[in-house]
Ligand binder design. Sequence first.
Ligand SMILES: O=C(O)C(=O)C[C@]1(C(=O)O)C=C[C@@H](O)C=C1
Length: 159
Amino acid sequence: MCTTVTADSLPELILRRLVISEQVAAAKFGAGRPVDDPVREERELARVRALARDLGLDPDLAADFLSDQIAASKQVQHRLFARWTAHPDERPSAGPDLSVLRAELDGLTVALLDRLAASVPEPLTPPETPHELTQEPLRTAYRTLARQRPAPGASGNGP
Ligand SMILES: O=C(O)C(=O)C[C@]1(C(=O)O)C=C[C@@H](O)C=C1
């Protein structure tokens, strides 16, 4: 799996991550695994800090941003778990492979940080979506983006 940096916009990439999260939920529900995986989260956050340094982005900003994406993913997954527990007829028949989905998420992280580094540091608001499942998680995904952020390279981390 290669980690292609795409030309997609930040909002598109954020939405795509939530769509993959629905598949992650299916994989975990099918395998009887819990939504939360703190070890995986720690690894992702450490990687994002390293990527941010390479891109000239504030590592704290990048970590806050990824934490929002993880929190949003967990909201989607917990909602789906609750739905599938209450309505067995709505359960997905077969879950996709979690390791494949994680490789997709890792590739998206590179693209997301690349877009974040290229974006103007003006506050961004989450788009409205007709999908009830994703509206609240989208607000979570934009928590850091909704605040004024320092321009890339102006993070005060020194030369
Ligand atoms: O990789 C997983 O297991 C996921 O569920 C994805 C994810 C994430 O959004 O990156 C979300 C929740 C877990 O605690 C860890 C990571």
